[in-house]
Ligand binder design. Structure first.
Ligand code: SF4
Length: 450
């Protein structure tokens, strides 16, 4: 049964030594109760307490890591069914599958496509996470050579082979990069589990056709054998079968605390689709519910961009919008007489406005007021983007010391605050800009003409 933070706190050493990464035992116990940390983070818990707390405190979905150092991909550790209940913590890894039987040129080309892809959105660097090397050649040497090629790229790696000897060749070639072994099934689980132990690698457990009872029994067997870092593949493919399986698994883990299904889930949208477009759509279903690793077959930059954007949105904490730091930003080397615009610190708003100013080719100053991460209209309605806040932002950023005029352009949506702002900024001219960022280039052109 789940314990409250206070009940857990009473069982902790209460020395506030901070070794767990939290300032106090109470803070740690609250996180433990919310199942966002593991008990093992506190090195001072007695064995007796460990036994008492273990099942009550372990996250309902185990945290699994692939890769090392700067290229670590962490999945799992989720605590809710729906994002709005709290937040989702670890976004699913987007992995591209490459067959080891591809010729040298094609394999290298596809690998580079994945490794080199990157886009910036609202100030964040978005990239695919890794490569799955599929044993299609039937040759352990070929498999190992391809894995070695991938290992130099700083990506998460999944090794896909049902043959333990080939798998071991891949593990050796992965150079200790903690790849995921895919997969242990009812026929080969023991040698695969031995490899997972020997190389300290996480292990995927493969079910058949969405039979969750059989999958749970196999996962329990493998965990009982001593391999606890597991990833599950229910074996369901296609739209409704996989949605049903993944939803039942998430519910069993979160609502019933059913440990044998409390692991991250791996999916293969390409195996349930007729073409690349359907694969991308199915991948988007998996981002929403409830995949931890999504192994794609078709690399299509436009589809990848959509998936990365969706993933970024779903895995943003709904209570903490992505924000930029309030202050005065220079867009395109502005001079003292360049126009001054003001907007909110919601990232998407900032980057839309900054992008349009930049695209206009007219340098400008962009003042970002602290609206607690809300967009213009939302912030205005909540009283977080009003004349007082804008005037404060002007002062805090020492705007009068940097520009030689006293004009400020406010978003068209908040034209109604012009009068109040005139009072707050005595002697300033308040100009009402366009409602949408897209109107900024033509507005700046008109402004330059006077
Ligand atoms: S490591 Fe343990 S004893 Fe130290 S502060 Fe954290 S919970 Fe308390």
């Amino acid at each position: 049964m789940a314990l409250s933070g206070l009940a857990i706190y009473k069982m902790l050493p209460q020395t506030n030594c901070k070794e767990c990464g939290f300032p106090t035992c109470l803070a740690f116990s609250m996180k433990l109760a919310a199942r966002q940390v593991e008990l093992s983070a506190c090195p001072h818990v007695s064995e007796e307490t460990k036994t008492q707390l273990d099942s009550a405190s372990a996250p309902p979905i185990r945290l699994i890591s692939l890769g090392k150092d700067g290229h670590k991909l962490e999945v799992g550790n989720e605590t809710v069914i729906f994002r709005h209940e709290k937040t989702f913590y670890h976004q699913p890894g987007l992995i591209y599958r490459l067959a080891d039987s591809l010729d040298d040129q094609e394999f290298t080309h596809r690998l580079d496509q994945v490794a080199d892809y990157g886009v910036e959105r609202v100030g964040m660097d978005l990239r695919p996470d890794g490569v799955a090397v599929q044993d299609s050649s039937g040759s352990a040497d070929t498999f190992a050579a391809r894995v070695g090629q991938v290992a130099g790229k700083g990506l998460a790696i999944i090794l896909m082979s049902s043959d333990p000897a080939t798998m071991e060749a891949g593990l050796k070639a992965a150079q200790g990069k903690e790849p995921l072994i895919y997969a242990a099934d009812s026929g080969n689980w023991q040698p695969m589990a031995d490899l997972a132990k020997k190389y300290g690698a996480p292990l995927a457990v493969l079910g058949a056709g969405g039979d969750l009872e059989a999958l749970a029994a196999l996962a329990e067997q493998v965990a009982g054998y001593g391999v606890e870092n597991l990833v599950l593949d229910p074996g369901a493919r296609g739209w409704s079968d996989s949605l049903g399986a993944l939803t039942r698994m998430r519910r069993a883990a979160i609502k019933k605390n059913f440990r044998p299904l409390g692991y991250p889930v791996i999916t293969f949208p390409g195996e349930g689709s007729e073409d690349p477009r359907e694969e991308a759509m199915l991948a988007s279903q998996f981002i929403d519910r409830y995949a931890s690793l999504i192994v794609m077959d078709d690399f299509e930059p436009a589809a990848l961009y959509s998936l990365l954007t969706l993933r970024q949105n779903i895995y943003t904490d709904p209570q903490k919008p992505i924000q930029v730091t309030p202050g005065l930003y220079e867009i395109g080397d502005p001079k003292g007489d360049s126009p001054l615009l003001v907007t909110t610190n919601f990232s998407l708003t900032y980057f839309s406005v900054a992008g349009e100013v930049e695209g206009s080719g007219r340098p400008a100053w962009l003042l970002v007021a602290d609206s607690e991460g809300m967009s213009v209209l939302t912030a205005w309605a909540a009283g977080k983007f009003d004349a007082e806040r804008i005037a404060k932002a002007v002062k805090a950023a020492e705007v009068p010391d940097k520009i030689s005029h006293k004009s400020i352009v406010i978003p068209g949506f908040v034209a109604s605050i012009s009068g109040d702002l005139e009072e707050e900024l005595a002697g300033w001219q308040i100009l009402v800009g366009p409602r949408e960022a897209i109107g900024i280039p033509s507005y700046l052109r008109q402004l330059a003409k006077g």
